[in-house]
Design a protein around this ligand. Structure first.
Ligand code: G3I
Length: 331
């Protein structure tokens, strides 16, 4: 059976996944499956400040360099995540970064990292999770960057990244845009306003990343409103990427049913999203259930391992794999 990347490519879609350095370097079979199924590799943690910046002066690229080479060796695209985020900052950040030097830290970081991978990283999450629906200040989340630099930090980050690598696709990435409730509506609105603002100022931004961490118990996204949101984003002449898809078990699902339910969420969501021509990329946040952040961050209360991804812990294709494949076939 054709792999996910082949099924996607038949329809002009790019399929890939995030992975961590450790399993790729220690589990040969996993690395092989990864290279087969995926056209893109996204380092899940290895390009974050916490990994790259052991001290204020030093950069450590050993893991990200290895992953860039792995991608190149297997003809995969390499995607960067993420240059500006309020999480995964190193311990020294709070002590060393202040209003006086924050701009220097931010631009130096972006210059150094983006220049190093220019021509190797085809797309960057420049800013991640900057919007919070209920906050003041244009709906911007209170982060160290906002506190230190004001609202313009977003624009600054995109302009710096574009200068460091004029070829890379520069993406604004965010979560909680998928389901339909009052909060999501406000968040979609705020994100649209941000994107509009950036575009109208001529800021180099090429797309929106919709993380798509979905839940198995809530298949109830409002199709019409989600479609409209995607259309609104596309009308700004932006690409749309599904950047971190997985399906968690928000309530205890019966063992026999849960793969079916999880596969249903993949199929419903991807069919809808891929109906919008601007959606050209689907990335899952991991490939195999053996290595998923959800087993630490959202484990089942009964201790049974979660199954949020296309391959199971033994690297066998699951119903979720079939669902993704058929959503690609139907696109
Ligand atoms: O590697 C260390 C290990 O040496 C140590 O023993 C262990 C003890 O806690 O921690 C390990 O590091 C953890 C790392 O994941 C590797 O597994 C960190 O504590 C943990 O905070 C880190 O979590 C990552 C999280 O982002 C925060 O950076 C997850 O793996 C990663 O999947 C998750 O990814 C995020 C995206 O970046 C943004 N969108 C949401 C997504 C899911 O939360």
């Amino acid at each position: 059976k054709a792999t996910l990347q082949e099924r996607a490519a038949n329809k002009g879609i790019i399929y890939g996944a995030a992975a961590q350095y450790k399993p790729l370097t220690t589990n040969k079979r996993f690395a092989q499956h990864f290279a087969q199924e995926c056209a893109v590799l996204v380092p899940a943690n290895e390009l974050k400040w916490k990994t790259l910046r052991p001290t204020p002066e030093k950069f450590n690229f050993s893991r990200s360099d290895w992953m860039a080479e792995f991608a190149q060796k297997h003809n995969m695209l390499f995607r960067g995540h993420t240059l500006v985020w309020y999480q995964a900052l190193p311990k020294w950040f709070e002590d060393k970064v202040n209003r006086k030097n924050a701009e220097k830290f931010l631009t130096e970081h972006i210059n150094t990292v983006v220049q190093r991978y220019a021509g190797k990283i085809y797309s960057w999450d420049v800013v991640n999770e900057a919007i919070l629906p209920n906050s003041s200040k244009q709906g911007l989340r209170q982060t160290p960057w906002l506190r230190l630099l004001g609202a313009d930090y977003i624009e600054m980050a995109f302009r710096t990244a574009a200068a460091a690598d004029p070829q890379a696709l520069l993406i604004y990435n965010d979560n909680n845009l998928e389901y339909d409730n009052a909060k999501t509506e406000t968040k979609r609105d705020r994100v649209l306003k941000l994107l509009e603002r950036l575009k109208s100022k001529g800021v180099p931004i090429h797309g929106l990343g919709i993380q798509s961490h979905l839940g198995a118990s809530s298949r109830g996204f409002n199709a019409k409103r989600l479609r409209n949101f995607l259309k609104d984003v596309a009308s700004l002449d932006l690409q749309i990427l599904i950047t971190e898809m997985d399906v968690s078990e928000t309530k205890l699902l019966v063992a026999d049913d849960r793969d079916t339910i999880i596969a249903g969420v993949y199929h419903d969501y991807l069919s809808l999203a891929l109906d919008e021509p601007a959606v050209n990329t689907v990335i899952t946040w991991g490939l195999s259930d053996r290595y998923t952040w959800l087993s630490h961050f959202a484990p089942r209360q009964d201790g049974v391992p979660v199954r949020p991804l296309p391959l199971d812990a033994e690297l066998e294709r699951k119903l979720a794999w079939n669902a993704i494949a058929s959503a690609f076939d139907q696109a």
